[in-house]
Design a protein around this ligand. Structure first.
Ligand SMILES: [Zn+2]
Length: 61
């Protein structure tokens, strides 16, 4: 299981994405960022995605 915490990229937010692959995490983050942070899809840049990827961590739970 991979996990990513939204607050790890600087948002005041309790959202955690969970998935088996980086792609799953990224698509959850994209949906979350547009829905809950009012971001536009074009604001989810490759740079932001690589920041997210660098903060994804493995979890056994
Ligand atoms: Zn968030």
């Amino acid at each position: 299981m991979l996990k990513f915490k939204c607050k790890d990229v600087g948002f005041e937010c309790g959202f955690t994405a969970k998935g088996k692959t980086e792609e799953e995490i990224l698509s959850q983050c994209a949906a979350h960022a547009t829905k809950d942070h009012g971001m536009k899809p074009e604001e989810i840049t490759e740079d932001l995605k690589s920041q997210i990827k660098s903060k994804i961590h493995k979890s056994w739970f």
